[in-house]
Each structure stands twice: as C-alpha cells, then as structure tokens.
Design a protein around this ligand. Structure first.
Ligand code: NAD
Length: 463
C-alpha cells in the first residue's frame, strides 16, 4: 500500500509529453437502453464473501515512466448507423409503445476497457453488463490470479497477450486497444492505480469510494489533469432512470419545496478477514462502502451541497469484524436551502436500502433505492379527499452499461464526464467531516457552495 507521500512522488514521475490527441465522433444517442425488469433484487455492494481463488496482491511501481504511445483511434461512425432502425408498427396506438431499437456501435468503433481486479463486482456485474453496452468493450484484464484470468479471458474473448499481472500493470501503456482503465480494486488501492494508469496514458474510470482520503482524491485529480486524461468516478446511481426521475421531480418542484430527506443503506456483512474490514484497504467501514450511496444520491437529487454535518459512530464491542473499521454511522446534514437530511448506514443489520423525500405537498419514496435491479419509485399527494399514492413503472436499464457508455461517449466526443473526480473528492470531504463530528462530539461546518451541481459535468445524453 502506498502512503500519500509515495503517491505525490508518483505524480512527479509523470511524463512531460502527455498524449493530447482527442477523437470527435458524431453519435446521437437515442433514449435509454430498456432492459427486462428483473424481479429478484440484487444488493449493491454485496457483503464480502470468501473467494476460492487466492487474493491478487498488487505490486508497487518501479522506475521512471517512459514516453507515452498514442491511443489507437476508434473507427469513424457513419452518421446513419446512429439512428434507430424503424420497424413495422404492431401495437395499437392506445398501448404502451416500444422503445426505439438500440443503436450500438460496431466492435471496432467501441472504446476499449482494461478491467483491473477480477473480484465480485467485475465478474458478477461489469463483465456481463458489457454485453448490454453500446459503446464499450473489454480488451484487457489485470489480475494477480493467472488461472482465473485465463478462464475469464476465454469467456469474454480477451487476447492472451492482453492479460497482465499487477507487476506488469504499467505495460498497459503499450496496448493501443486500451483507452480506458476501469479500477475495481479495494478502495485503498484506487489512488495508486489511478495515478499509474493516467501516467500510462489511459483515461480512468474508478469505482466508488474514490479513495481513502481527501489528499489521495486530490492527487488522483492532479495526476489525470497532468497527463491530460479523463477521470470519472463510477457512481452508477447517477446513470439510471429512477433516481434521475426523482431529481427531475425535485428540480420541477412537483411537490413544492423539499423539507427533509431520510436515507438508509445497510446490510449484514460477514467474513472479518475480507479487505472491507481492513482500515488500510477499505478506508473505513459502512460509511465509505454503503453509506456513501445515501450521501451521494442526496447530493445528486438535490443538486446542492451540505454546509453542516453531525455524525455518530458505533461498533458492537467485541465483534471481530469491527476491530479496525466502524459498524454503523448515523448522520445529519444541513443544506443552505433549508433542507435537512437524516441518514443511517450499517454493516450489522438486515439489508435495507431506501430513502424518502418529504416536500410541501407530497412525498417521494425510493424503496429499494440503491440495488443493481428492482428499484421502486412511489409518490404521494392529496387528490380531493383521497391521498393518491402512485407507483411509477419505469423501464429498467443496466446501471453499469449505462455508466460505461457515458464515459465512452466522453472519450469519443472529448466531453467532461458527469461524475468527474471532483464529485468523488466532495463526498470524501463530507465523509471526513462526519467522522470528525463523531470524534469531537460537535457539528462540523463545511464551505457553503451556492452553485447548483457544482462538481458535475454536463448531463449525460441518456438523460
Ligand atoms: P472483491 O473483494 O470482490 O474484489 C476485489 C479484487 O481485488 C479481487 O479480485 C482481489 O483479488 C483483488 N485484489 C488485488 N489486490 C488486493 C489486495 N491487496 N487485497 C485484497 N484484494 C486485492 O471486491 P468488490 O466487491 O469487487 O469491490 C471492488 C471495488 O468496487 C471496491 O472499491 C468497491 O467499493 C466497489 N464496488 C462498487 C459497487 C457499485 O455498485 N458501484 C458494488 C460493489 C463494489
């Protein structure tokens, strides 16, 4: 594990001549990819499980970074291939109409990803999601387990020569097919692998939480800027339609002004030996892992930043899981508009992932709000003598396909991502203030930020 000083020294090794060529391709994304509505709920940030394979322990970088090669350009996209193919109408006009046919790019036009870390998220969600993506493809793998990597490479058609050990990570620079590195490693490794990846001339998509500290987050942003590479944090909730609809309702003041939000994301996690219970690898306990969803989603739906927090932290005495990281955090946030929120997260109670927005003339409920599938949106408002509760049926999409395709679009069209590094840094600042409040037993003030969506890039096309 690298200390922050080592990370800054990595930054100093970055090459003077960073790659600056960008691709501008015309793509007109039409609507969301509507997938089948799944009935089973899959929890986000599943509890750690013991894997059969040995952990892939990463190595440290060595030596100065040589000059970067150019990224291979994706093929030109013919303008008409971005229009949906029109099919004969078979449904009555009075029926729910079908979504436009998808407009995927052909494999040679898609952005090539290297996936780093072959754990639960990569194998269970990200690799399968690529079959639903329209602009992204897997072209390389990085793992400490050659046997597992061989199997995965065969399953997903990755070339043998595009499989790397952690010791060979920096050799990704020579692989022209790789344009993006997707970092799916324990949280404490995100900073080091982001910085080295940017220095290898690649754009970076990094899993949440961005890193363990504010300093690490800043070092990641600086390294990507210095190498002229894009950095996006994989906040999948900001790329799916249910939570987006809540954001729209709040923006349009459909139920008047928001007064209060209650959010909860907790689960009963096991296996004290897993990295999630190791402070250096995880950064903290339930807060940066699952509590972060409450924090990031509230900031997203309000488009506002809190300027004061109060936190409480508790761990069951003697529980072997919580020797280094916390079990449970409850916290309050105050926003400049007057909105107040109350959040809870835990590794020690039965699965529960939801929030409720209370406004002047109605409420909005998302339950569940944060899993990969099966999100449910409900609203309530008075209708004469009745209280009308509506369950909104929204076509589900694959969060990971949507998030990766947004980043691919940013690479292809040289745009800023909707959730750049600055978005992850802001969450980290707030989480550190929550811990500080709990430690010192007092409210902690944060800078008042007047600007709406202060840390986000332009809205994704799918919106
Ligand atoms: P995991 O434990 O299943 O996988 C982690 C991988 O990293 C494993 O393949 C492991 O072998 C490898 N690794 C390399 N060096 C290691 C080391 N020194 N110690 C331990 N493991 C090492 O974890 P995961 O659930 O796949 O989580 C990976 C990242 O993805 C985390 O940052 C997590 O917060 C994030 N995540 C995000 C979501 C989401 O919905 N966006 C969901 C789950 C996890």
């Amino acid at each position: 594990m690298k200390s922050i000083d080592n990370l800054f020294s990595l930054l100093d090794q970055s090459p003077s001549s960073a790659v600056s060529r960008q691709q501008f391709l015309k793509t007109a994304s039409r609507g969301l990819v509507v997938g089948a509505v799944g009935s089973s709920l899959i929890g986000c940030d599943k509890k750690p499980e013991t894997t059969a394979s040995a952990p892939e322990v990463a190595s440290t970088p060595s030596g100065p970074v040589p000059k970067l090669p150019a990224l291979s350009p994706p093929a030109e996209v013919p303008a008409d291939s971005t229009k949906p193919i029109e099919l004969e109408q078979i449904k009555a006009k009075t029926e729910q109409q079908e979504a436009p046919t998808p407009t995927p790019l052909s494999p040679d036009q898609r952005v090539g990803y290297a996936l780093v870390g072959l754990g639960h998220l990569t194998l269970d969600e990200i690799l399968p999601a690529l079959s639903m993506s329209k602009k992204s493809k897997v072209v390389a793998l990085v793992s400490g387990s050659p046997e597992k990597m061989q199997k995965v490479a065969a399953q997903y058609g990755v070339k043998k020569e595009s499989c790397y050990s952690y010791a060979d990570y920096d050799k990704l620079r020579d692989n022209k097919e790789v344009q993006v590195i997707y970092i799916v490693l324990p949280n404490g490794m995100h900073a080091e692998y982001t910085i080295r990846g940017a220095q290898a001339g690649k754009h970076i998509l990094c899993e949440k939480p961005m890193a363990n500290t504010v300093q690490e987050c800043q070092a990641m942003i600086d390294a990507c800027k210095k190498a002229d590479r894009k950095l996006m944090i994989a906040y999948r909730i900001q790329y799916e339609p249910h939570n987006r609809m809540v954001r729209e309702m709040i923006k349009e003041e459909k139920f008047g002004k928001v007064k209060s939000i209650m959010a909860n994301n907790g689960q009963n996690s096991d296996n004290p030996k897993h990295w999630r219970f190791n402070k250096a690898l995880a950064g903290g306990g339930s807060l940066p892992d699952v509590g972060l969803y409450c924090l990031n989603t509230i900031r997203y739906i309000l488009g506002e930043e809190p300027n004061e927090v109060v936190g409480y932290v508790h761990s069951t005495p003697g529980d072997p899981r919580f020797k280094e990281v916390e079990e449970q955090v409850n916290w309050l946030m105050k926003f400049p508009s007057g909105v107040q929120t109350s959040c809870a997260t835990s590794y020690g109670h039965h699965d529960d992932k939801n929030y409720k927005v209370l406004a002047d003339t109605g409420w909005i409920k998302m339950d569940p709000a944060f899993p990969y599938k099966g999100l449910q949106l409900e609203t309530s408002q008075a209708q004469g003598k009745e209280n009308q509760v509506i369950q909104h049926k929204i076509g589900e999409i694959n969060h990971f396909a949507s998030e990766m395709d947004h980043f691919s679009e940013c690479v292809l069209e040289n745009k800023a991502p909707f959730t750049p590094g600055e978005e992850g840094l802001q969450d980290q600042k707030i989480m550190e203030a929550i811990y500080q409040s709990a430690r010192e037993g007092r409210p902690v003030k944060l800078a008042t930020i007047e600007k709406k969506d202060a840390f986000r890039g332009p809205e994704p096309k799918q919106a």
